[in-house]
Design a protein around this ligand. Structure first.
Ligand code: CTP
Ligand code: MG
Length: 237
């Protein structure tokens, strides 16, 4: 299979982590002596298929310069925006200076430190070999799905056929993704992932099944789960 010319990564890391209710943004909370953002960035910076990695951090973020990974040769930094989609767009704009329009970009949440390198490989290879417009790691829904009303009373059981949890990385061509996010923002549609922006333009991405340990650390209880997953991954030969 021919290797795409260049593959880049954009890591949005400019959130405040309100649901984590910690004193510092959640990406700076530590798991096994390293903060969540360091775990995530090390995976991406040490991965040879990426030509470079852009991280979007909040303006005047005092924690970022203290991380040793911040001076990694593959890393570029940009300022994040008000919502995740703004941070991603800033990261893509930063890439424009060094990347070609048709280069692939993988967008990955800083808050997902457990993503497996083999899943990143599977995503890239699946999208390229399918000739798809792009793709995302995802996990099929396994539980029975209910819709509830405002009082949490079940109104219906939702058919789970074809339902997936959308994870990251999400992989698209640089210029197509920039145009799609730009267009969404112009309609004041604040997309919560890249696939949604592409879907709006009828460019339909491939769902690529990933490992369910690729959790997004969101609530305090997720920290110990991520710690467990990282420890288990270290034991994988
Ligand atoms: N993110 C970002 N810029 C924003 C908001 C979020 O770069 N303005 C990043 C976060 O840092 C995170 C990823 O997008 O790595 C996924 O967002 P989420 O898990 O929602 O993180 P937060 O927005 O920080 O958390 P919360 O929604 O609980 O406030
Ligand atoms: Mg958020």
């Amino acid at each position: 299979m021919p290797e795409p010319v260049n593959i880049w990564a954009v890591i949005p890391a400019a959130g405040i982590g309100s649901r984590m209710e910690a004193e510092i943004p959640k990406q700076y909370l530590k798991i096994q002596h390293k903060c969540i953002l360091e775990h995530t960035l090390e995976r991406f910076c040490h991965y040879s298929r990426f030509s470079g990695v852009v991280v979007a951090v909040a303006e005047d973020d005092p924690y970022w310069p203290t991380l040793s990974v911040s001076s990694h040769e593959k890393l570029m930094q940009c300022t994040g925006g008000e919502q995740r989609c703004h941070s991603v767009l800033n990261g893509l704009r930063c890439l424009e200076a060094v990347a070609a329009k048709d280069d692939w970009v993988l967008v990955h949440d800083a808050a997902r430190p457990c993503v497996r390198i083999e899943d990143i490989d599977i995503l890239i290879d699946s999208v390229v070999s399918a000739g798809a417009v792009g793709g995302l790691l995802a996990v099929p829904v396994r539980d029975t799905m209910k819709r509830g009303d405002n009082a949490n009373i079940v109104t219906t059981t939702v058919d789970r056929t074809g339902l997936w949890h959308a994870l990251t990385p999400q992989m698209f061509r640089l210029s197509e993704l920039m145009e799609a996010i730009d267009a969404a923002l112009q309609q004041e549609l604040f997309v919560t992932d890249e696939a949604q922006a592409m879907e709006q333009r009828k460019m339909l991405p491939l769902l690529v099944e990933g490992h369910p340990d690729n959790i997004k650390i969101t609530h305090p209880r997720d920290l110990s789960l991520a710690e467990l997953f990282l420890a288990l991954q270290e034991k994988i030969p």
